[in-house]
Design a protein. Structure first.
Length: 227
């Protein structure tokens, strides 16, 4: 069953006391409908619009852009360098070898956690596992970059002009590591605001856009106290 088939326009219309033939139709024209009624609908009904709208389409709504901006300005841990680099490694343009940190983490785990770090049993295992993990992470990033490059070749013509302004650029050759990190964090925030991270941040973006909450747990607590 497609996502669109899961959408039930009657839920929003009934809640608002509107007729089935109301225009703009929440099913056919969801963005114009949300422009009128976004602040009137509760979170659990707004989430249904994730079936028929994308993060990029929802960028057209000022209220949603403001929610995203407020979220990025709060400097959430998810958008800070370490977390963002782990979540979107193919967007990171640093010059270090890919997978090094993941390999070191795996090696440290094997040295100190595996069999309680007993050297007699661990032996060369930490180095081997670290190398394997570095290779796996490097391959994962290569695949993500290939997929991103392939997807970029199929951007509809009508979207190309707007994409040019929203796409992440390239870093300057003479930038310091600190400047490179700051550039990356800024780029991730800009892409979130413009709905460009949907493929890998769909859950977070959907909850933020359509409920105003920054996480599923926060939304759940709110709904639990506001039936």
């Amino acid at each position: 069953m497609s996502s669109r088939a899961l959408f039930n326009k009657s839920l929003a219309l009934t809640y608002l006391g509107l007729p089935d033939d109301y225009l703009p139709s929440p099913e056919i024209e969801p963005i114009p409908f949300l422009a009128r009624h976004l602040i009137q609908l509760p979170p659990h009904l707004l989430l249904h619009f994730s079936y028929i709208t994308s993060a990029k389409e929802r960028t057209a709504l000022p209220a949603i852009r403001n929610r995203r901006l407020k979220y990025t300005n709060s400097n959430p841990s998810q958008l800070q360098f370490t977390s963002a680099k782990a979540k979107w490694p193919d967007l990171w343009q640093g010059r270090e070898r890919v997978g090094v940190q993941e390999g070191e983490d795996e090696k440290a785990w094997a040295e100190h956690e595996f069999l309680e770090g007993t050297k007699k049993h661990v032996g060369k295992l930490p180095t081997l596992l670290g190398g394997y993990e570095e290779e796996r992470e490097a391959e994962r990033v290569r695949i993500l970059r290939r997929e991103r490059a392939a997807a970029a070749q199929f951007i509809p013509e009508e979207d190309e002009s707007s994409d040019e302004a929203e796409e992440v650029g390239s870093i300057a050759e003479d930038e310091s590591p600190e400047e490179t990190k700051a550039w990356f964090e800024r780029s991730i925030r800009e892409m979130l605001i413009y709905g460009r991270l949907e493929a890998r941040a769909q859950s977070c973006s959907t909850i933020l856009d359509l409920t105003g909450f920054f996480s599923h747990s926060t939304m759940t607590r709110w709904i639990g106290t506001n039936p």
